[in-house]
Design a protein around this ligand. Sequence first.
Ligand code: 5RP
Length: 224
Amino acid sequence: MIEEMKRKAGEKAAEYIKDGMVVGLGTGSTVKYTILKLGEMVRNGLEIVGVPTSRRTEELARSLGIKLGDLNDYDSIDITVDGADEVDEKLNLIKGGGGALLREKMIAYASKYEVIVVDERKVKEFLGEFPLPVEIVKFGYRRTLRNLESLGCRAELRMKDGEIYITDNGNYIVDCKFGKIEEPEKLEREIDRIPGVVEIGLFINLANEVIVGKKDGIEIMRKS
Ligand code: 5RP
């Protein structure tokens, strides 16, 4: 059922993509359905350039024959489709569960239109139930962790298969359990002031539209 909700949202977003577009390709198990659909559309003649937000997405897109480009080569990206871990009513997001938040944020910032695809479990009144991912440099990481905790969260260094998780950019990720985040913009500014922080998984005012896959169809949330 969850997979079906993800598929509905992911495939709907593929309908937004037209010939000649430069398309930001997000990371995760929901946007994977958009990318698979785009692969099919490319085989049927669609001409696009994809700008991937992670190595994982790059490999998937390449395997499907989607032409790929580099963020440096374009003044802007026409549209980006990406997933999210949480979405609130203002379309603010928590992202980074898949570890790709830095490239995802850079690509979202460069995009004329950012479409987010989620299943209905991710839509919340407040952000923060999902631990907030923060990408940090390796140098002095224990100190950075303590500095993050001083903002009122429980901070855990992300691990994978018994090793410290390393991002595509060679950094670490700290997952910060804040609980209900009442003022996301303020929190983003506070975290940003900590030396050693590279990027924060709060995406404020970056999404234009959220496609929500539901048990009984699709809901589109747009910026009011
Ligand atoms: C990766 C992300 C993903 O978009 C987010 O984790 C959602 O992934 P999924 O669709 O697999 O739940 O931010 O950094």
